[in-house]
Design a protein around this ligand. Structure first.
Ligand SMILES: O=C(O)CCC(=O)C(=O)O
Ligand SMILES: [Fe+2]
Length: 350
């Protein structure tokens, strides 16, 4: 697939402002269109989670209204932050902003990607080059970056975190961490990583989830530390596929747990626990329910890349599970497009 095509305009789905609003206090994602609808859909569960008095409910309403407003302003505000950072932020490790070199990648990752791109490559061959964490859940693991590159990226991210630059947070569940595109790391780092290395690998691992048709991403770093965020509630990603790389530092706890795909009605009775291994990346389907256990000690920084295939999501928005109601957006938006990429064999996609 060529990468030099004319720039395409990406969109988000209008549901972004009304679906999947996270209420941390009650550990719940809700749909919010009106007070009446909120009461109708969630009163019993909210009550069971401690939202009992009229005051509690009014507080929740106010927070949801604020969150909707915040989401409406997100695109333009993010673009403004990106421009300010580009003009006045001074990196600690400028080399991280150079075009991704193979020398930054772990030999195992390079070997798996090179194999995947070679003629005659098949799934069986690729599986010999990475660790299968769960065959049933299709979760895989492999080293992604070299230790020195992980270290440099971590130092740079920490320097940015400590700077007085404005920061857009990854999502409503993470209050720390940064959005990589605002830092200017999409063009030199994440886009080449996706196009040159992840795409062939994902095409073999997840052909039925758009693995061969990735055309955008949302990349961010999540940070967990004592006194800051320590855990992450159960959710699924707004992505067809996800790469989650543990960058460090030293920590205990913070394992991921995985349930079924979100479309499958089930409980999280017996989730699969997966420990992070520093330097290594986990690959999973975005729709696989997951969360992160509380951090024990230390600090945990992870690079998360939500990989998107417009060929898949244009047909069904994973957040509202309907045909997306497209709204023009900045940058990669939420990965939807008004036009289909050429020659997608829709029969190959689920
Ligand atoms: O904390 C982690 O490692 C998982 C982060 C995650 O699942 C997400 O941000 O979507
Ligand atoms: Fe996630």
């Amino acid at each position: 697939m060529g990468t030099a095509a004319a720039p395409r305009r990406f969109c988000r789905c209008a549901c972004f402002c009304s679906e999947n609003l996270y209420v941390a206090r009650y550990g719940l994602h809700v749909r919010f269109r009106s007070e009446q609808q909120l009461r109708q859909d969630y009163e019993p569960i909210l009550r069971s989670r401690g939202c009992v008095s009229p005051k509690d409910f009014q507080q929740l309403l106010g927070e949801l209204e604020q969150e909707v407003e915040r989401r409406r302003r997100l695109g333009p505000e993010s673009a403004a932050r990106k421009a300010l950072i580009a003009s006045s932020y001074r990196p600690a490790r400028p080399e991280v902003y150079n075009l991704l070199q193979e020398a930054a990648l772990a030999p195992e990752f390079l070997a798996a990607a090179e194999y995947s791109a070679s003629s005659g490559a098949d799934l069986k061959g690729l599986l010999q080059r990475l660790e299968t964490v769960s065959e049933e859940k299709r979760i895989y693991r492999l080293p992604v970056f070299t230790a020195p590159f992980c270290q440099a990226l971590l130092e740079e991210l920490e320097h940015f975190e400590q700077s007085d630059m404005p920061k857009g947070r990854p999502n409503t569940m993470n209050n720390y961490g940064v959005l990589l595109h605002e830092l200017g790391l999409d063009e030199p780092l994440v886009t080449p990583l996706r196009e040159r290395f992840l795409q062939p690998l994902m095409a073999l691992l997840y052909p039925d989830c758009g693995g061969g048709w990735l055309d955008s991403h949302r990349a961010f770093v999540v940070k967990y530390a004592p006194g800051q965020d320590r855990e992450l509630g159960c959710h699924y990603d707004n992505a067809e596929l996800t790469l989650n790389v543990s960058l460090g530092k030293a920590f205990t706890g913070g394992a991921l747990y995985f349930g079924d795909l979100f479309q499958v009605p089930s409980t999280l009775a017996k989730p699969l626990e997966v420990e992070h291994v520093v330097g290594q990346g986990l690959l999973h389907r975005g729709g696989q329910l997951h969360g992160a256990r509380p951090l024990g000690t230390g600090e945990r920084w992870n690079l998360v890349v939500w990989l998107r295939a417009s060929a898949v999501r244009n047909r069904l928005c994973p957040m509202c599970c309907r045909k997306p109601d497209l709204v023009d957006d900045e940058g990669f938006g939420d990965g939807f497009t008004r036009e289909e990429p050429a020659t997608v064999d829709v029969c190959a996609l689920t």
